[in-house]
Write a protein that binds this ligand. Structure first.
Ligand SMILES: [Zn+2]
Ligand SMILES: [Zn+2]
Length: 160
């Protein structure tokens, strides 16, 4: 259940993939098939897939890839700052979308929902305080709670 349900067109994905190549070059990260396909699986999705879901998608194009390789590839992309890890600790989910947005993380089911800012609305950063510590490269704001779906499931259980 995605309240902000949008899907990416193949043209949008192609643009993101061009961006991916540029980012790899800037970071001297070798562009391998594995990295390309793992990134493509993430950028094509609005659902913040976990490693296993990425594995299922990537397998279709790289049938010999192992889950272990997917984990290692995710780690190298995360280290290079191309993707971010979201979600709860025992259920890591990944996001390749770097345009500013927030997340609602359900602490019960681990689902991660995107919250986009209204167009043109600046991210409220107490910049003077933050800049004392360094230069801001990204904002990672997370709301944690119980999603509507889990709340409804809990209600149903009580009513029975
Ligand atoms: Zn939930
Ligand atoms: Zn996201």
């Amino acid at each position: 259940m995605q309240p902000t349900s949008i899907a990416y067109t193949s043209q949008q994905v192609d643009l993101y993939m061009d961006e991916f190549k540029k980012m790899c070059q800037e970071r001297n990260l070798r562009i391998t098939r594995q990295r390309t396909e793992v990134f493509r699986a993430l950028i094509s999705s609005i659902e913040h897939p976990g490693a296993e879901a990425v594995f299922e998608v990537v397998r279709r194009t790289l049938p010999n890839i192992s889950l272990d390789t997917v984990y290692r590839t995710l780690a190298s992309l995360e280290e290079a700052g191309l993707i971010t890890r979201v979600g709860i600790s025992n259920q890591a989910r990944y996001d390749a979308h770097t345009e500013p947005h927030y997340h609602f993380v359900c602490t019960q089911c681990g689902e991660v929902y995107d919250i986009f800012l209204p167009e043109g609305e600046p991210v409220a950063i107490p910049s003077e305080d933050v800049e004392k510590f360094g230069k801001v490269m990204a904002v990672n704001l997370q709301f944690r709670g119980v999603c509507t779906h889990c709340q409804e499931t809990a209600k149903d259980c009580k009513n029975q």
